[in-house]
Design a protein around this ligand. Structure first.
Ligand code: 6PG
Length: 479
């Protein structure tokens, strides 16, 4: 047995991760794939990696030093369970099975519990950064036991992206914590992408600039406080010309956004946790709306405003949109971190918020300059209840909120959908409101269902006898 780490599943992500591992000092990598063909291809194409191929799970286990450590890189779902079962058969207590796919964290909790009974460690690790990240350095979010981290930590640190000298990996928390945090990462990714898409749409419709010209604007934004991977690649996508038609590629791509599930999970989970992740939810809804061709065709003739977006000063408008994007982005992250806090509490994970922001600075899809500020905010105040209220972010929103309002107003007036911009603003205004009409909702609930309410001026639970003489009584049961 010579390999200190193994990879199971050699599709693009698995192959790239295996090559990344092999390229780092001290690693010898065992590889296994269900069909040997892929194993052979990887061996042929990358002799420099010194891979140790295995033709069976038994051989794979024999190739690995103890404690055996294997990373599964297969499409999340049933396939993952089959691979885990096969590895459990040939592994021994103390060995470590890592699932590097985008598994639903509740599946990871279930799997960790089942595998733990055999004495083997099971680690759900979120891995972000796509194919390129897997090869050159992803951001890695492992859960699982403290014991597994002892062996796994140095290996994962060897392949992770590096941001300001620090590897973008930390032991997030036990069992499903890693996959939970990766799920929230993807939810934030959805919101970020939708916000950027809305910014592009508003600028294009408001100023008539071409995608290539808007690419320049994004490239410029990427030099300021919005600096991030997603802004950078947006400029690249907008600049791309379709070889066949000569049109901007973005104009020939069908406008129906797909998804593989992690954004939906973020929203479903947050709903269960009672956390309003409205920016993320609107990003998910915007994708589903886009993918309803029949409904969109049926609605196409419905009326809109008389006038489209009229922009008097293009540069000023573009700057407003930039500020609206920044403010909305702060809200998306603030909501995402609220969900992390709530998840940690619900599932008993000790998640360090500042560390999560730190490992998102490099390698992952939402990597951005801005994440340093989040780390700083949690370092300054570990008990911070809402990220947007941290001094740096509160100042940023104070400086951008007027522009944000102008953009949302202009979009609504011109009939341009901006669900993520406008819902983020509504969330911000809801959060900072002195009084909310939730008081009326409580009155309505009490009226039709005797659901009771609290009063602002004294303790207790109350009910008005709505169908009687409408006097108020003290209630015992709040429900
Ligand atoms: C990442 C990405 C990655 C993947 C998403 C895309 O962090 O590397 O988030 O996990 O690209 O699954 O999700 P959708 O297909 O749902 O957009």
């Amino acid at each position: 047995a010579q390999a200190n780490i193994g990879v199971v599943g050699l599709a693009v992500m698995g192959s790239n991760l295996a090559r990344n591992l092999a390229s780092r000092e001290g690693n010898t990598v065992a590889i296994f794939n269900r069909s040997y063909e892929k194993t052979q291809t990887l061996l042929d194409e990358h002799p420099e990696a010194g891979f140790l191929p295995a033709a069976s799970y038994r051989e794979f286990a024999d190739t690995l030093q103890k404690p055996r450590t294997a990373i599964i890189m297969v499409q999340a779902g049933k396939g993952t369970d089959a691979v885990i079962d096969a590895l459990v058969e040939v592994f021994e207590p103390g060995d470590i099975i890592v699932d590097g796919g985008n598994a639903l964290f509740t599946d990871t909790i279930r799997r960790e519990k089942a595998v733990r009974e055999t004495g083997i460690n099971f680690v759900g690790a979120g891995i972000s950064g796509g194919e390129e990240g897997a090869l050159n350095g992803p951001s890695i979010m492992p859960g699982g036991s403290d014991e597994s981290w002892v062996t796994l930590g140095p290996i994962l640190k060897s392949i992770a992206a590096v941001a300001e000298g620090e590897p973008c990996v930390t032991h997030v928390g036990h069992d499903g914590a890693g996959h939970f945090v990766k799920m929230i990462h993807n939810g934030i990714e959805y919101a970020d992408m939708q916000l950027i898409a809305e910014a592009y749409d508003l600028i294009r419709r408001g100023t008539g600039k071409s995608p290539a010209e808007i690419a320049d604007i994004f490239a410029e934004w990427n030099r300021g406080e919005l600096e991030s991977y997603l802004i950078e690649i947006t400029a690249e996508v907008l600049r791309q010309v379709d070889a066949e038609t000569g049109a901007p590629l973005v104009d020939v791509i069908l406008d129906q956004a797909g998804s593989k599930g992690t954004g939906v999970w973020t929203v479903q989970t947050s709903l269960d946790l009672g956390i309003p992740v409205s920016g993320i939810a609107e990003a998910v809804f915007a994708r589903s709306l886009s993918s309803k061709p029949a409904q969109r065709a049926a609605a196409r003739s419905l009326p809109g405003p008389d006038e489209g977006l009229v922009v008097a000063d293009a540069d000023a408008f573009i700057e407003d949109v930039r500020q609206a994007l920044y403010a909305s982005k702060i809200i998306a992250y603030s909501q995402g971190f609220d969900a992390i806090v709530a998840g940690a509490e619900q599932y008993g994970w000790d998640i360090k918020k500042g560390d999560i922001a730190a490992i998102w600075r490099g390698g992952c899809i939402i990597r951005a300059q801005f994440l340093n500020r989040i780390t700083e905010a949690y370092a300054a105040d570990p008990g911070l209840v809402a990220l947007v209220t941290a001094p740096y972010f509160a100042d940023a929103v104070a400086r951008t909120q007027q522009a944000w309002r102008r953009v949302v107003v202009a979009a609504a007036q011109a009939g341009i959908p901006s669900p993520a911009f406008s819902s983020s603003l509504a969330y911000y205004d809801g959060l900072r409101a002195d009084r909310l009409p939730a008081a009326l909702v409580q009155g309505q609930r009490d009226f039709f269902g005797a659901h009771t309410y609290k009063r602002v001026d004294r303790d207790g639970t109350f009910h008005t006898l709505w169908s009687g003489d409408r006097t108020e009584i003290q209630a015992v049961d709040a429900h």
